[in-house]
Write a protein that binds this ligand. Structure first.
Ligand code: CA
Ligand code: CA
Length: 122
């Protein structure tokens, strides 16, 4: 159990590296007509450069939380990863969410997201 959790955490960290690479690529190709990607890219790279402030974490959360219900679900994570060029199936996204889901509702709330940022990017 412990072992598999470590693997998942490793997975998440791998994803972070992939995201950074993708953000760099996006940074070079932001003249596409996809509104929001440029802004999203800036926010993510700012987030990665330094300790994110509560406000920045909140902004990032809102990027993920497409339907604005205050929770990030697997589908929403999948959507953001897809924007970044990472194809993950729903089960992989759910697994990533479950690593940081502390109250067992299979969703990431604001508090859990803040911890995720801390652990993944800190
Ligand atoms: Ca949501
Ligand atoms: Ca939760």
């Amino acid at each position: 159990m412990k072992h598999s959790l470590n693997c998942i955490e490793h997975d998440v960290r791998l994803c972070k590296e992939e995201v950074i690479v993708m953000m760099e690529k996006l940074g070079m190709n932001v003249d596409e007509d996809e509104d929001g990607i440029e802004e999203f890219g800036e926010e993510v790279s700012q987030m990665l450069e330094k300790e994110p402030s509560l406000e920045e974490v909140e902004e990032a959360f809102n990027v993920f939380d497409e339907n604005k219900d205050g929770f990030i679900e697997a589908k929403e994570l999948q959507r953001v990863l897809r924007i970044l060029g990472l194809e993950k199936n729903l089960m992989q996204c759910q697994r990533m969410i479950n690593v940081f889901d502390q109250n067992g509702d299979e969703l990431i709330d604001h508090n859990e997201f803040a911890k995720l940022i801390e652990q993944s990017f800190g």
